[in-house]
Design a binder for this molecule. Structure first.
Ligand SMILES: [Zn+2]
Length: 542
């Protein structure tokens, strides 16, 4: 027995002298490991998709013999970025619809719809991405021009945040919406004479969206694969998909099974009956790169369309407080469902009233399970009096810094100066909660993570507006922002054991950036040179 163990020791030390064999060594790099000490290393050894060791060049090169060596030429390496709140399915549908992003006027919107309708034969024309705050007239549009140009063909056009649609008369008729239609948690806007003006808000959108002909799974798949490439091209290796219907859940699951979607997906299920039944029957789902163990609930609407529920009325619409899109009793029901299934509950909360309500709900649950990690999605406007509820409840804020710099054009008119104190308050949220999950909410914003970093650190958009930064006291440090896109995002999705930092034993999922990384000064565009997921190249510029 003693002889045998001696023999083993000799054997292993001999193999050590020859150099342990690994699949890949990347050296001459600036590796931002995102470990606890925020260490930066020069080289990394990878075997079977895992990190074997990170360290100085000489140490790694001496210790390991690799099948492949890669000289990173001094470039920056990060753990693959996560987008902690995105919508691949919505972006896919947007890509297949009329693209209205950046349309500068109602007239341009009409031209884009006309061009699309000449190219594609659809029973209903669907478009998305308009934003009236970019137009000369900044009020929500009405449908007169759309009725004139499209008297017979139903047209349904989503606002960029998905919380408002503009539809023509033909669509209202087709989907049976008239002056007497009503729905909880939604609004159907009218002209002064009482006729419908074509704008539907929040839950009222479901009067149409539930009946819209969807794109085929083949079309959606094609668009999803394009999106995956776009994400890999930015070094994004994980998306927290913020809301899956039963159909979309099945499609994503199939594409993962078929090895078509290889990007990490943390799927949040909408708590519809079929999804709820799935969770009750099967519990958590971990299949390859797909993890499902959370529900997404829509607490309220959005600020841009004045659908977010505020404690006091909107400063630019004194009769309007916004609305709750899920009733309090339903929220409690979903909370019980999450408790029963062990699923995490991730609740969209924009207005200060909704944030308060959701924080109270999470606080009640935290007594039963302190490590719940239930998420406050957006956490956009919080009454400063309620900030302390973050620490008490253990709520995990999930924020999108590009929203701050997109909304800064009109945030003050919606909220007034005083209420801006608790708005887009990422630094305060971080101080109270200890961690943030950071994302973009694409397709509301671009998928580009470097715009997120610029927005978080400098509080400016791609055009470097506003010049002094928007509410600079709420800026994040570069390190905090990067943590929010890596290790804290992993934590927010219960994956910190395998993802989010480059440390021994974790997944070798990383990005080598093309340009030197910097968050200082004006916007620094960047992208991936090579992206790896578990040691495999999934994207390369060459
Ligand atoms: Zn979202």
């Amino acid at each position: 027995m003693r002889y045998f163990s001696f023999f083993l020791i000799v054997l292993s030390s001999v193999s050590c002298m020859k150099g342990k064999s690994v699949d890949l060594v990347i050296h001459n790099a600036k590796i931002h490991t995102m470990d606890d000490k925020n260490s930066v290393a020069q080289a990394i050894a990878i075997r079977d998709g895992k990190v074997i060791e990170v360290g100085p060049d000489r140490q790694i090169m001496n210790k390991y013999s690799a099948d492949e060596y890669m000289d990173a030429e001094g470039k920056d390496i990060f753990p693959g970025f996560a987008d902690a709140h995105g919508h691949m399915m919505s972006l896919a549908r947007q890509k297949l619809s009329v693209n209205l992003v950046g349309a500068a006027s109602m007239e341009e919107l009409i031209v884009r719809v006309e061009k699309y309708s000449q190219r594609k034969e659809r029973s209903v024309i669907v478009g998305g991405g308009w934003d009236q705050s970019l137009w000369n007239v900044k009020e929500l549009p009405t449908n007169e021009l759309l009725n004139e140009k499209f008297p017979d063909k139903p047209v349904v056009l989503y606002r960029i945040d998905g919380h408002a649609v503009l539809v023509n008369e033909a669509a209202l008729k087709k989907f049976g919406i008239n002056e007497s239609s009503r729905i909880d948690g939604g609004a159907i806007l009218k002209r002064e004479d009482g006729s419908l003006n074509g704008i539907l808000l929040d839950n009222a959108i479901s009067l149409i969206s539930n009946q819209l002909p969807d794109f085929s799974d083949r079309e959606l798949t094609g668009a999803l694969l394009e999106i995956q490439q776009e994400l890999f091209g930015y070094g994004i290796t994980d998306v927290h998909e913020a809301g899956l219907t039963p159909h979309d859940f099945k499609l994503i699951r199939r594409l993962v099974k078929e090895n078509k979607l290889t990007i990490g997906i943390y799927g949040m299920l909408y708590p519809e009956k079929e999804n709820a039944d799935f969770a009750k029957k099967h519990g958590f789902l971990k299949e390859k790169n797909l993890l499902v163990r959370s529900f997404k609930v829509m607490g309220d609407g959005a600020l841009g369309s004045r659908g977010a529920l505020l404690k006091q009325a909107y400063s630019d619409d004194l009769h309007n407080h916004g609305l709750l899109t899920t009733s309090i009793s339903d929220m409690q029901r979903y909370s019980s469902l999450a408790e029963l299934t062990g699923y995490q509950l991730n609740i969209h909360a924009i207005g200060d009233s909704t944030n308060r309500l959701v924080l109270e709900l999470i606080k009640a649950y935290s007594a039963k399970n302190p490590d719940h990690r239930w998420r406050l999605e957006h956490a956009q406007v919080i009454d400063p009096k309620d900030f302390d509820l973050l620490a008490v409840s253990g709520a995990f804020p999930s924020v999108q810094p590009t929203h701050a710099v997109s909304d800064q054009r009109w945030a003050e008119s919606r909220l007034g100066k005083a209420r801006l104190k608790g708005a887009y308050a990422y630094n305060t949220l971080l101080q109270k909660a200890g961690m943030l999950a950071i994302g973009t909410d694409f397709p509301v914003e671009s998928t580009n993570p470097f715009l997120t970093i610029h927005a978080a650190v400098n509080r400016k958009n791609a055009e470097n507006d506003p010049i002094d930064g928007f509410l600079m006291s709420e800026a994040l440090t570069e390190e905090a922002c990067l943590r929010g896109m890596t290790i804290w995002a992993a934590f927010a999705s219960f994956q910190e054991g395998t993802k989010g930092s480059l440390e021994k034993g974790k997944d070798a999922t990383l990005v080598i950036l093309e340009n030197p990384f910097s968050s200082k000064g004006s916007y620094n565009p960047n992208f991936s040179k090579i992206t790896f997921i578990r040691g495999k190249k999934v994207f390369s510029m060459e």
